[in-house]
Design a protein around this ligand. Structure first.
Ligand code: XIL
Length: 343
């Protein structure tokens, strides 16, 4: 009698792949020490994103070793890698704080080219630029005041994408942003500024392939419908862009304890349903897989002091309502027509 094939349990990656999508999680090499976590990751994920070890400041202080280890793990297990992130104001090495624009420009370009070249053929997609906008900084174009803007001028986003395409011609190149997901006048202004940035940068010939929606959602604020976001995504699709959900988690910080798992699940269901329907999608990534390790524990703790529950798996790696809501939303997604980044 034939030995039964040891089939991996069905995970979120299977629901995603049936619709031509990837499902992933942000990870750090320290997470991979746990055999139980590795098993959960391999059951649910077909993609990993570096939570911080591929950032400029991390590479400047730790070297490429941790990032190499993450990429090696992914290759050994047939997972795609989403590179996060080449240029981000939040990850500039300390030694460059206050550097003169010319010196900063040379260092930033060297880092981008060296890192994109190093992982060419191993990284499916890159957040080339992260969080370029901040409308509170008062510029007409909404660009965030940053050392990248000072060093390269307002066309720096295009500069980054052209350099990334030269260093890795096969990677899917993503412009990643936060706060585009909300149903508010501020979010609508930010969506308009993003569309204008995309239009002028693409018109200048920059190879932007996709928009990354970070999707850090607040369960107590998430509407079931969001016409502004839907229209934004349809506009992005009309520009030939695809969408990735790059950092999704759903904060329960102000949800009543008894209702929070259901509210978090609803927020996953509604947001994924809207995004996956409105624009050709590539991947859905949560910013962590288990409540045992989430940046929200420090960044957005619950007002009652209870441990937060923003992710698909609980602290003991058991599936939550959020896991099932994600699975349902993936299963209901339109068949993704766009080409997939290689795994
Ligand atoms: C966060 C990480 O989760 C933390 O571990 C780190 O200390 C700071 O950065 N938007 C981003 C991510 O693009 O890179 C940030 O990740 C969360 C907000």
């Amino acid at each position: 009698m034939r030995k039964p094939r040891h089939r991996r349990p069905v995970g979120l990656r299977d629901a995603a792949s049936r619709r031509g999508l990837l499902f992933g999680s942000a990870v750090a090499t320290a997470d991979l020490v746990s055999e139980a976590f590795r098993a959960a990751l391999l059951r649910d994920c077909s993609l990993v994103s570096a939570e911080y070890e591929m950032k400029w400041d991390a590479i400047a202080s730790l070297g490429y070793g941790p990032a190499d280890a993450l990429v090696r793990f992914a290759r050994e297990h047939g997972l795609a890698v989403h590179g996060h992130t080449l240029w981000w104001h939040g990850a500039v090495p300390d030694r460059l704080a206050g550097a003169a624009p010319q010196g900063f420009a040379a260092a930033a370009m060297d880092h981008l080219a060296a890192t994109a070249r190093r992982y060419a053929g191993q990284v499916a997609s890159w957040d080339v630029v992260n969080e370029p906008l901040d409308l509170d900084h008062g510029r007409d174009d909404g660009l965030r005041a940053s050392p990248f803007l000072d060093a390269f001028g307002p066309a720096y986003v295009g500069t980054a994408f052209e350099a990334a395409a030269e260093a890795d011609p096969d990677a899917l190149l993503v412009l990643n942003e936060m706060g585009l997901e909300y149903d508010s006048p501020d979010a609508e202004r930010k969506r308009r500024a993003m569309l204008a940035l995309l239009e002028r940068t693409l018109a200048a010939g920059a190879p932007i392939h996709a928009i990354g929606l970070q999707s850090h959602i607040d369960a107590g604020h998430q509407p079931r419908e969001n016409p502004g976001l839907r229209a934004f995504l349809r506009e992005a699709a009309s520009m030939g862009l695809r969408v990735l959900i790059t950092e999704m988690d759903v904060s329960d910080w102000r949800c009543p304890r008894a209702a929070r798992d259901a509210m978090v699940a609803d927020a996953y269901r509604w947001h994924l349903g809207l995004v996956l329907e409105a624009c050709p999608a590539v991947a859905v990534t949560t910013w962590g897989l288990t409540d045992a390790r989430t940046w929200l524990s420090e960044h957005r703790p619950r007002v009652d002091g209870a441990p937060v529950r923003p992710l698909p798996l609980d602290r003991r790696l058991r599936r939550k309502r959020a896991w099932h809501a994600i699975a349902e939303a993936l299963a209901a997604a339109p068949e993704a027509g766009a080409a997939r980044p290689r795994a």
